[in-house]
Design a protein around this ligand. Structure first.
Ligand code: SF4
Length: 95
């Protein structure tokens, strides 16, 4: 089990499967889309949430990276992952 935090663990958003806020807007795609599994050492899209379309940060459905770029690049969690991954940071999944 990696000791690297996933966004929902860091943000305590409650939007992961079984989370306290799932009834609100459903499960966040960052916590459910397995096509991102393992990127930056995360579970699902938990450590590449900026690249996941339709995430639920801030309690509203976010758009694509292009649309949420400003908030993601200034996000404390993004900056932690960037620091932890260093030059191995994956910004966007291949393909
Ligand atoms: S992207 Fe935001 S809302 Fe979605 S699981 Fe991560 S921290 Fe929670």
């Amino acid at each position: 089990m990696s000791n690297k935090q996933n966004c929902w663990e860091f943000k305590k958003c409650g939007r992961e499967p079984g989370g306290a806020k799932v009834a609100d807007l459903g499960v966040c795609p960052a916590a459910s889309d397995s096509s991102f599994n393992g990127l930056n050492g995360g579970i699902k899209g938990g450590r590449i949430c900026w690249a996941v379309v339709g995430t639920l940060c801030g309690g509203k459905v976010q758009g694509s990276f292009a649309e949420k770029r400003l908030s993601c690049l200034s996000c404390d969690f993004f900056n932690i992952v960037k620091k932890e991954e260093g030059h191995n940071l994956v910004m966007q999944p291949k393909g």
